[in-house]
Design a protein around this ligand. Structure first.
Ligand SMILES: Nc1ncnc2c1ncn2[C@@H]1O[C@H](COP(=O)(O)OP(=O)(O)OP(=O)(O)O)[C@@H](O)[C@H]1O
Length: 640
């Protein structure tokens, strides 16, 4: 069988990153106690369930005991009245047992759901608080598998393993006690067989759970690859890679099939083996029991009682084996989920940091993390912010003083960067790929902190400002124009959930694009697919502009799209951009000459340093790096 490591990807055979992906983990008291803590919200049901569980473990052997008693008593004595009484008792026991079973099932499911929901929400909340460096480091697939397969295995652990195991153990114990009490010699024979069954069962179940996990992982690779290849279909077709990709995809499918076949083979060995064993055990019981009946040491009725109880004793062994393996899988899942939850952010706001005052009317109140969480918990996203007016409230002053920065502090990508952006100024960042434009933006927005030097916003060092208060005054437009699935209106409101539809229309009107949005098939109610599919590039960019404008930001950060757009849309976008940026400080990673021309300052970057500064006209006149860059790009087309 092929190893689970190094699955092929559509690009290359990519090795898995070093994260521990152990399918199982030994039972650990600390983890169990922590998981148990999540049942606190349904403590009454949990306690009731524990009682129901203990009662049920006595009820199951009671059936066998009662059936045996009816055979040995009324049936052997041919006593009809006693038989009827016995059957009434049996029926009553059945009714009580199954009534309680109903509640056991219900409570177990509710408890499982409660724990799983809390864990998922906690993972989401923790992940949202991580700084951007976390998202560059941790793969999306990892986070998704924590929230899906790992938490699902925890659900099985909580919902089934504990309660089912207690019931099965209890049943075995009760059956054992009754057997030992009625005939201890026969009981010793039965007890001697149990370990053999346990060993066989355990050996195979462990293998089965490993294969099940390997199979589900290989399947996630199939689905992830499918999603990636559909997403990148244009590139695949453009570079005529269909055949290669199909080959790689087939190898992933073959990998998955191999695990499934191995799984089926192991099951096909285990099931008959278990059946053979129980038949073998029955034969031994018949031999030993028959001999004792011949010798007069045991009655036929006693032998029947024994058979019924022995069944009650053996049946749980296979179930407990399965539950035990599921517990090990749940432990491994819980450990990974908690590791993600416990990952401390590389940095957090300094505890002494305070809010950046907001000169915009009614916006000085920035909600704290706790208030936001409370709002989220109550299902309300309407934060106490009044941003109903749209005129800009003046830009932010941004200053870099001798800033050096590296994603890895040992390898700086920005060196000694200094500049000042006066309120309301537009700063265009220009430079070759990798020159540090996005890194400057990452510092202005406090998505990262400088390694050395100072970034000042309205005269305050960025570390002394809470991120939330800064981001409340920030409008972001990315090159990829990220839109969430939902309607255009919902996407527009993302920056200000309490905005009315009229506010949204007004913002779109200000950017002179309301007609374009209304012309969409269902106007503002048009559904936006994944990554904004169904909308043109220009439309997507306009939506992002309106979304940013709606937040009425004092600082706008824009990574201009590089893709070519037709001249009419281009002109519209430029006008919209001008309105969006008016009266606000803005940083634009500029790719269009028309944008650069609007800037009060152009910062020319090379290898993480500002090599030139000035307006477009000044820089051209200087005939330096910018002029050369300009010449180089205008030869190719009108984009930087
Ligand atoms: N998340 C990251 N982790 C580590 N290094 C990074 C990260 N992002 C960027 N870099 C590195 O920092 C340097 C500057 O990158 P940056 O993204 O700021 O350049 P850029 O001018 O915006 O490039 P582009 O025009 O291609 O977007 C590059 O050497 C890049 O490899």
């Amino acid at each position: 069988m092929k190893s689970a490591a190094a699955p092929p990807s559509l690009l290359v055979l990519r090795p898995r990153d070093g994260e521990d992906d152990q399918p199982v983990k030994p039972l650990e008291w600390g983890l169990m106690r922590r998981l148990f803590g999540y049942t606190g919200a349904v403590a009454t049901k949990r306690n009731a369930l524990l009682v129901l569980t203990v009662v049920r473990s006595a009820q199951l052997p009671a059936f066998s005991w009662l059936a045996a008693s009816i055979i040995n008593g009324p049936i052997t004595a041919r006593d009809t009245g006693a038989l009827v009484l016995g059957l009434v008792a049996y029926g009553a026991l059945a009714l009580v047992t199954d009534g309680m079973f109903h509640f056991r099932q219900r409570y177990a499911l509710e408890i499982g759901e409660t724990v799983v929901n809390q864990l998922r929400a906690e993972v989401f909340a923790r992940v949202q608080r991580q700084p951007m460096s976390f998202f560059h480091r941790v793969k999306l697939g990892r986070i998704i598998s924590r929230v899906t397969s790992d938490i699902e295995s925890v659900r099985v652990g909580i919902q089934d393993v504990l309660f089912v195991s207690v019931i099965q153990f209890g049943s075995m114990l009760f059956a054992a006690v009754v057997m030992a009490w009625s005939d201890w010699k026969m009981f010793l024979v039965v007890a001697g067989m149990a370990p053999v069954l346990w060993l066989i069962n355990n050996r195979f179940r462990l293998q089965l759970s490993r294969l099940t996990r390997a199979s589900s992982e290989s399947f996630s690779r199939v689905t992830a690859t499918l999603a990636e290849s559909v997403g990148g279909m244009r590139i695949t077709q453009g570079f005529v890679r269909q055949a290669t990709n199909l080959g790689l995809f087939r190898s992933l499918l073959a990998d998955h099939a191999r695990y499934n076949i191995a799984l089926a083979r192991t099951s096909a060995v285990l099931t008959p083996l278990l059946e053979l064993n129980s038949q073998f055990f029955i034969a031994i019981l018949l031999l030993f029991g028959g001999w004792r009946v011949f010798e007069g040491d045991m009655t036929v009725g006693g032998l029947i009682t024994f058979f019924l109880l022995a069944n009650q004793f053996f049946a749980p062994i296979a179930t407990i084996g399965t539950q035990y393996n599921q517990a090990l899988v749940a432990m491994a899942g819980a450990e990974r989920v908690f590791r993600l939850i416990d990952t401390p952010p590389e940095w957090v706001d300094d505890p002494t940091a305070t809010d950046l005052p907001d000169p915009r009317a009614g916006k000085s109140q920035v909600t704290s993390d706790k208030e936001q969480d409370a709002a989220a918990g109550s299902g309300s996203w309407n934060l106490p912010l009044d941003t109903s007016h749209l005129p800009p409230a003046g830009g932010m002053r941004v200053e870099f003083r001798a800033v050096t920065f590296g994603y890895d502090p040992a390898r700086p990508v920005l060196h000694d960067v200094s500049f000042t952006a006066a309120p309301g100024e537009m700063i265009a960042l220009v430079g070759h790929t990798g020159s540090g434009k996005s890194s400057i933006i990452n510092l202005v927005t406090k998505f990262y902190l400088p390694t050395q030097g100072e970034v000042l916003l309205d005269g305050r060092e960025v570390r002394t400002i809470t991120s939330r208060s800064l981001h409340r005054q920030l409008g972001l437009v990315q090159q990829t124009n990220f839109l969430f699935s939902g309607t255009v209106l919902e996407n527009l409101r993302f920056s200000r959930p309490e905005a009315t539809e009229d506010d949204v229309r007004e913002a779109a009107r200000q950017l002179d694009c309301l007609d374009q949005l209304e012309a969409l098939p269902r106007g503002l109610a048009t559904e936006v697919g994944e990554r904004g599919a169904g909308l043109s590039l220009g439309q997507r960019q306009l939506i992002c502009f309106v979304r940013a404008l709606l937040a009425d930001p004092r600082l706008v950060v824009l990574d201009e799209a590089t893709s070519a757009i037709d001249a009419v849309t281009e002109a519209r976008l430029q006008r919209a951009l001008q309105r969006l940026l008016q009266g606000r400080t803005s940083f634009v990673v500029a790719h269009r000459l028309s944008t650069i021309r609007q800037a009060q300052q152009v910062l020319v970057l090379a290898a993480g340093r500002i090599i030139e500064k000035g307006t477009h006209a000044d820089l051209l006149a200087r005939r330096g790096h910018y002029a050369a860059l300009y010449a180089q790009f205008t030869q190719v087309g009108e984009t930087f």
